[in-house]
Design a protein around this ligand. Structure first.
Ligand code: HEC
Length: 462
């Protein structure tokens, strides 16, 4: 197979600037609507059975909340037992009514997403009725079977865990440059990944983590140590230091606050070619405490080779300047698909001034079809997975639009008097619209960016 030149790949807008941050899209947690088996308790009709924890509330918690609210989950309290949940009955009802929990930021009415964890009106009524009735337990015999978690993993028990060989020491204060660690897979054959998850060793220090797949023929970070943490500035040659952040390697997956792991349906998987290394790229933040982080990933492999493979692409704009004080600064990026692909989902990434993010399809007549609009929240970086994957032809034009709030009204804004540019640290900004596509298995990013005639025509027609 002859690989296209890198220049060709860079012609694509999607590839204009390989960034340090290439999240994957997560989470096929299927949140089917809860079965409603009981009439709600109602003032008008007290004869109706009151809502109870075991029969009515627990199924909702299992389906919508336990992914975070469980022993070892990211939320501070576990909603697995009556005793553990009862003290929060009022807070649960309040959060449910306000729709602040479960966290979800896609604007209603635009797109349908398979990982939308939102409660139905009926479920909200149920939680409210339970609280109003003094949160009774009911009978444990009514309880659904407990939802079983494999330790700290959200995916089922991994077939393989790969972890950093040496922990990363985190200082108590200051900015930390992106930290890398290369871990060889020692795979003697190609492996197809059906599900994967990153478990940060110290979640309180890990702002995000990206795991790349470095193929054996890749020159990326070739002079860097194996199995030892390093940063770009620790590398010897200027080229190596510069290239640390520039890679055409595919991404296995990403961890960010609130993110869910990757779980692909049958017939769809990510490829780790034989002999590849896994490269952890860690963005740590300091919090006054020293730390030693050993992060790891868990993998579950596809039973059969898939027909389609997942690639993570991006629409990026890195040459903006956000003026001081502006509440609604708009930045956009566009690109055309070089080949046919099926759109699977989105993962917008911005920093502290992020306000809103939108993905659009631009039709031939220049009209715009909005696929997703997110009211961005820095603490909750989430993936939005299309309920109905969208087949797109080569030449299809996609647009990402971001809005930034650099005013003092933004409570997260570290400095409303600063003009803000692209940068690694959270007081800098980023504008990255990651998206996942499915392509025929056996393709890779390089092949995908070889444009078909249709892809080229579409670009020329612009
Ligand atoms: C994606 C992870 C996640 C999911 C899903 C989730 N929570 Fe939370 N929840 C959190 C975290 C983390 C906190 C801690 C406070 C924070 O960071 O906002 C929290 C806080 C809360 C609180 C404390 C008060 C508040 O509003 O902050 C309540 C109540 C709550 N969650 C209820 C729920 C309920 C009920 C569900 C399901 C219907 C749910 N959560 C689903 C992560 C989650």
């Amino acid at each position: 197979m002859k690989l296209p030149s890198l220049d060709l790949m860079k012609q694509s807008e999607f590839y204009r600037r390989p960034s340090r941050w290439f999240p994957v899209f997560f989470g096929l947690l299927a949140f089917a609507a809860a079965e409603s088996r009981v009439a709600l308790y109602s003032q008008e009709n007290p004869a109706v059975t009151p809502v109870t924890f075991y029969r009515d509330v627990l199924p909702i918690l299992q389906q919508h909340c336990q992914v975070c609210h469980r022993q070892g989950g990211i939320a501070p309290m576990a909603f697995q037992t009556y005793a553990g949940t009862r003290p929060y009955a009022a807070a649960i009802a309040t959060a449910a009514q306000a729709r602040t929990m479960p966290p979800w930021f896609a604007q209603k009415g635009i797109g349908k997403f398979s990982n939308d964890p939102s409660l139905t009106d009926r479920e909200i009524d149920m939680l409210t009725a339970w609280m109003k009735n003094n949160a009774p337990a009911g009978s444990p015999t009514d309880a659904p079977p407990p939802r079983i978690w494999s330790g700290d993993w959200t995916i089922s028990a991994p077939e393989l865990e790969l972890k950093m060989s040496e922990p990363v020491s985190i200082p108590a204060g200051g900015d930390i440059e992106y930290t890398y660690e290369i871990v060889p897979t020692r795979f003697s054959e190609d492996r197809w990944v059906q599900a994967s998850e990153i478990l940060p060793g110290l979640p309180e220090h890990v702002h995000h983590a990206v795991v790349y797949i470095r193929k054996p023929e890749s020159n990326w970070l070739r002079h860097a140590p194996i199995g030892k943490p390093f940063t770009a500035s620790m590398l010897n040659s200027p080229e190596d230091r510069r290239d640390a952040m520039w890679t055409d390697s595919d991404i296995l997956l990403v961890y960010a606050p609130g993110s869910t792991p990757d779980q692909w349906p049958e017939g769809l998987a990510k490829l780790i070619p034989a002999g590849s290394d896994i490269v952890f790229q860690m963005h740590y933040t300091t919090n006054g405490k020293l730390g030693r982080d050993t992060s790891r990933i868990g993998l579950i492999f596809a039973k059969n080779p898939p027909k389609r493979q997942v690639l993570t692409l991006q629409l990026t704009n890195d040459h903006f300047v956000i003026p001081p004080g502006v509440p609604d600064y708009r930045v956009e990026a566009r690109g055309t698909l070089p080949n046919d692909a099926t759109l699977l989902g989105f993962f917008p990434h911005m920093h502290l001034r992020g306000k809103k993010f939108e993905y659009n399809l631009i039709r031939k007549d220049r009209s715009i079809d909005t696929l997703l609009r997110v009211n961005y929240h820095f603490h909750w970086q989430m993936s939005y997975r299309l309920a109905d994957p969208l087949p797109l032809k080569a030449g299809t034009e996609l647009q990402a639009v971001a809005w930034f709030d650099n005013s003092k009204a933004n409570p997260h804004n570290p400095d409303p008097t600063a003009a803000v540019r692209w940068g690694e640290q959270t007081y800098d900004e980023m504008m990255v619209g990651f998206f996942d596509v499915a392509v025929d298995a056996g393709s890779d990013k390089w092949k995908f960016f070889q444009r078909t005639a249709a892809g080229n025509n579409a670009i020329n027609a612009k």
